[in-house]
Write a protein that binds this ligand. Structure first.
Ligand code: MN
Length: 374
């Protein structure tokens, strides 16, 4: 099987830096989306990929081991360097061995398989909204526009240990695998991604088109996309990797890593065809870890408008937040206004300042809504 690669990473239209990173290190391909402030996000995603790269090149451990080690490296750095405290990153990796593609995944970047004109998601988002979908609290459609959709339930580097999802796909000629950060999927619906993949055979052209589509839809986040195209490569050489990647801070390119050669069976594998189903086995959500440190929201405490740290949700009856300030504003006066009807569910804010600003706005709106003399 030959693999042709396209890769692109773009800052988008709004962000001041690109906190995404990717690795093209045939036969290993990885996307990471950092978080935790400007610097933290960049450090987290690039440190995670550097760690994976180092272990991969040293042929140390399995892909999951390498990702686990990257978790430790990011976590330890965040403990010793205050300027990046609380940082974390997503990581979605594909390692190709023969026709088998191993996936390792943490967070809300995604891997998709495009086969026979159909697009299917190979990874599960580790987000609060996905969990709510699984629990039947909201629909998939509601999840797409949910105000808390970017809250991760699992990320690399925020805790000393991490649960890594793993799965395998048997690739057949004609398959495309897309790895991407949420800056693509939050902007471009799956249907449009599918259309672009159908209409654009060249992998580099396809990733460039995906990035353009995300930017024209608003580009509110950094956008990263890698495409791996699997062709029936008959020229007897080994998996010839055509790397047409766009230069990127942490993109690393090697023609063929030694590890790729050994497991490649060149013979045609009779019986492996389109009928072989995707054998992805995403492992259980054990040790759900909520990424709460940097989350704020305005809600209701003891009948008053209050500022909370955490997220307005609970798991197994345990609240995932704590009250920071309880104001004097009666919650029912705010909830009487159409705009704040959902106050009880919490209005999320990116930081403390924004949460305070929401409170000020509520106070102003409640005051001006008071009928004279009441
Ligand atoms: Mn992102």
């Amino acid at each position: 099987m030959n693999i042709r690669v396209g890769s692109a990473s773009d800052i988008g239209q709004v962000r001041e830096g690109n906190e995404d990173s990717f690795l093209v290190l045939a036969p290993l391909y990885v996307v990471a989306d950092g978080m935790g402030g400007h610097r933290g996000g960049e450090v987290a995603s690039s440190l995670a990929l550097e760690t994976v790269q180092r272990l991969f090149e040293a042929q140390q451990g399995t892909l999951a081991d390498q990702v686990t080690e990257a978790n430790r490296a990011v976590f330890e750095r965040s403990q010793v360097d205050r300027s990046v405290a609380g940082m974390g990153t997503t990581l979605t990796a594909a390692l190709v061995e023969g026709d088998r593609v191993h996936l390792a995944h943490v967070g809300d970047s995604r891997a998709y398989l495009f086969r026979g004109g159909e697009l299917s998601m190979l990874t599960e988002d580790h987000t609060l909204v996905h969990r709510m979908v699984l629990e039947g609290e909201i629909t998939e459609a509601e999840a797409e526009t949910h105000p808390h959709r970017s809250i991760l339930t699992r990320a690399l580097g925020v805790d000393a240990s991490v649960q890594v999802d793993e799965g395998d796909v048997i690739a057949v000629a004609g398959d495309r695998i897309l790895l991407c950060s949420d800056g693509l999927t939050a902007m471009v619906p799956d249907g449009q991604i599918r259309e672009i993949l159908s209409a654009t055979p060249d992998p580099q052209e396809a990733v460039d088109t995906l990035v353009r589509a995300a930017n024209s839809a608003g580009g509110v986040d950094n956008i990263t996309a890698l495409i791996l195209d699997f062709d029936e490569g008959e020229p007897p050489g080994r998996a010839d990797t055509t790397d047409t990647g766009v230069p990127h801070r942490s993109a690393v390119k090697r023609p063929v890593a030694p590890r790729e050669r050994a497991p490649f069976a060149r013979g045609r594998r009779v019986g492996i065809g389109a009928g072989i189903a995707v054998t992805i086995g995403v492992l259980a959500f054990v040790g759900l870890r909520l990424y709460l440190d940097s989350q704020w929201f305005v809600g209701v405490s003891n009948g008053r408008v209050a500022v909370f740290r955490g997220i307005p949700a609970e798991v197994g009856g345990i609240g995932l937040h704590s009250v920071v300030v309880e104001t004097s504003i009666p919650a029912e006066e705010a909830e009487a206004l159409p705009f704040y009807r959902e106050l009880g569910d919490g209005i999320t804010a990116p930081d403390r300042e924004s949460a305070d600003a929401i409170v000020q706005q509520i106070r102003a709106d409640v005051t001006s809504a008071q009928p004279a003399g009441s």
